[in-house]
Ligand binder design. Sequence first.
Ligand SMILES: Cc1cc2nc3c(=O)[nH]c(=O)nc-3n(C[C@H](O)[C@H](O)[C@H](O)COP(=O)(O)OP(=O)(O)OC[C@H]3O[C@@H](n4cnc5c(N)ncnc54)[C@H](O)[C@@H]3O)c2cc1C
Length: 475
Amino acid sequence: MTDDTGSDEPLAGMPGRPARDAVVIGGGLAGITAALALADAGIRVTLIEGRPRLGGLAFSFQRGELTVDNGQHVYLRCCTAYRWFLDRIEGTALAPLQDRLDVPVLDIGKPEGRRLGRLRRDPLPVPLHLGRSLATYPHLSLAERAKVGRAALALKGLDLADPTLDTQDFGSWLAAHGQSARAVEALWDLVGVATLNAVAGDASLGLAAMVFKTGLLSDPGAADIGWAHVPLGELHDRLARKALDSAGVRTEVRTRVTSISTDENGRWSVQVPGETLQADAVVLAVPQREAHELLPDGALDHPDQLLDIGTAPILNVHVVYDRKVLSRPFFAALGTPVQWVFDRTAASGLREGQYLALSQSAAHDEIDAPVATLRERYLPELERLLPATRGAEVKDFFVTRERTATFAPTPGVGRLRPGARTKAPGLYLAGAWTATGWPATMESAVRSGVSAADAALSALGRSRPSDLFEFEEAA
Ligand SMILES: Cc1cc2nc3c(=O)[nH]c(=O)nc-3n(C[C@H](O)[C@H](O)[C@H](O)COP(=O)(O)OP(=O)(O)OC[C@H]3O[C@@H](n4cnc5c(N)ncnc54)[C@H](O)[C@@H]3O)c2cc1C
């Protein structure tokens, strides 16, 4: 573990420049990003993580021979910061993007039987790229499809910089723009629940507009979907650790920070069991409640607002069959409690049969349900969705529960999210929950880490690394 040398000795390769120390607290994507960015700028960085591994909320664990992700994670082509992160840790090839957006949507809720539709794009400019898909989307009536088109254009016209958007809920806006309950269920919530972790009626219009404008109405390829073809731990723990090691970051896992304080010279002390680390800059990249506990007095004008940022759960239901029951890598479902189903067989290392993960967002009603109840509920639903499961043997059934998977994207949350700078010089905040403009995603986490590093580097008088993720100019 590093300690304070109190030195101003020049860094190797940087003659005459005083060495600077930073401590990054929290080894999720925000903290890893901040640590890499600071180290790439020549700062001596120590990264402290309480758990035995890096990756925070996006991690893997072993269950017998199976490597399991705590929850299915996807990203979109418009997630430019997370894509930068994948490049930085040399993981891009392991989490490829679809060539072109293509989401199979299977509806089993209609008396006429199962029906498959697709949301896909054509090689045409926005918004025509989705025109054909919408026009032929079988899960909506002709009138509903026309109204969806009109609402999409109205959404495109919203100014994301308008703070009043965050005071309204997306559901009311959709209703006011002629969207039927069916259109909300079969289209808006299909995308929105997975990306926002809330149904439209519970989501801030500002965040929803941000997601739909950026993902579906900016660049034709923006919503192409990418996901890890390896366990998440391979990316966010092993490869991230390798990148941190090569950047010279000292990483300590299983080490919880218990307090942070500053002395009269503005130097920071970070307390971990048995040791005090000294630093010129501290990045606090922990969830909002932990940040609230660690923040020194006066660091934020309204620190208790952090406690007003709610959280929302995500449940993953994992089923291993003795045979192949699904031929696609993933699909979304309608007319059933099942939301999205992913084939995790190859990534998990399963040698025989097929392993499916059901990703159930905004799972407030089910997050504490006993496994037996979930089994009784979901296995019959999978039989309805995937006829090949009838007669297949269920080799394993288990669930992973993330009760505080994301911050709740409720109306008004925008004003509660602080930026990277605090009132305490040298102390910066990062985390998907900070004011990035994005919902709680890997993209938001990486952006927040870059913002915190940028703020720290500017205060330390260091230039940002030339290959660090660049924020786009506001249009
Ligand atoms: C089931 C699930 C599914 C998801 N699906 C998606 C998805 O499909 N796409 C997407 O983009 N995002 C998804 N997300 C959200 C995404 O995982 C998070 O937004 C992102 O990983 C948050 O990163 P973070 O670094 O901000 O915070 P965290 O990952 O929470 O990291 C904070 C870290 O700080 C550590 N820590 C806390 N206190 C201390 C302390 N005192 N000392 C030391 N360390 C401490 C914690 O152990 C943790 O590792 C999902 C999340 C979950 C849970």
